[in-house]
Design a protein around this ligand. Structure first.
Ligand code: ZN
Length: 260
């Protein structure tokens, strides 16, 4: 698979993931919200441009290089693709968990990550709200993860699409039925679990770092229970209303916003 084909498959998966999450949000809304979709979409367009210029198909290139040179866990153990794909998804989701945790622990990283948390509304498009600095800082770690795992290209694509779908759904203004919430939440991150992570209260904010699987938080001591019918005030203290793109981009230089 070429880098261009990799990008096309990934983009189709991204659009389908976004459309499905928006459909679920319309079907089962949690509360009435205007949504900061203009700001969030603007940031996404900028990020797509920046990452496209820096290295759009890098993960594909690294995966092919690792396979050709025998680098990484999965290439060393020569497991079948059917096993390599789920192991890649698990491994890369675990790396994402630790990276997210570091973003809350290290102040320099938080200055960028606070842009994501600064959305006063909590909707599917919050999943698009990232400062380009955060994504550029995360890129080397993501690529190192692909190399260390020796993830096949199919594993990288499945991970990217599942990760995008999970990311859109868990940021959704979505209420799941109590039974479904409890069942799904044992394995996967639900909107209610991640909504707690976007609380204005610091004690709730520093929990539920997972994106696809909720069991990393359970295993690593950062899990916090939450239900769809619990009201959570999302956003950050000191940041009110929808911010414009320019204010958002300069937010890392404007201070550290988070509750006590
Ligand atoms: Zn966070």
């Amino acid at each position: 698979m070429t880098e261009a084909e990799f990008q096309i498959v990934k983009s189709i998966g991204f659009v389908l993931a976004l459309a499905s999450a928006v459909a679920i949000q319309r079907w089962r809304p949690h509360r009435i919200l205007a949504g900061s979709w203009r700001t969030n979409s603007g940031l996404w367009a900028l990020n797509a441009l920046v990452l496209g210029v820096v290295c759009a198909g890098c993960a594909c290139t690294i995966s092919r290089w690792a396979s050709g040179t025998g680098w990484g866990l999965l290439n060393q153990t020569a497991v079948s693709d059917w096993l390599a794909i789920p192991v890649s998804v698990l491994g890369m989701d675990l790396i994402s968990y630790y990276w997210h945790r570091a973003n809350h622990r290290i102040q320099l990283l938080w200055r960028f990550h606070q842009v994501h948390h600064s959305d006063p509304d909590y909707t599917v498009t919050t999943a698009l709200r990232f400062h380009p600095g955060e994504l550029l800082l995360a890129l080397p770690l993501r690529l190192l993860g692909v190399a260390l795992l020796g993830a096949p290209i199919a594993g990288v694509i499945v991970f990217e699409v599942v990760f995008a779908f999970a990311n859109f759904c868990e940021h959704g203004n979505i209420d799941l039925a109590r039974k479904i919430e409890r069942g799904v939440g044992r394995v996967l991150v639900t909107p209610a679990l991640h909504r707690r992570h976007h609380s204005r209260e610091a004690r709730l904010l520093d929990s539920n770092y997972g994106t696809i699987f909720s069991f990393w938080d359970r295993l690593l001591g950062t899990y916090g229970e939450n239900r769809s019918d619990t009201r959570i005030d999302t956003g950050l203290p000191g940041i009110e209303g929808t911010l414009g793109t320019l204010r958002i981009l300069s937010l890392p230089t404007q201070g550290v916003f988070r509750g006590e």
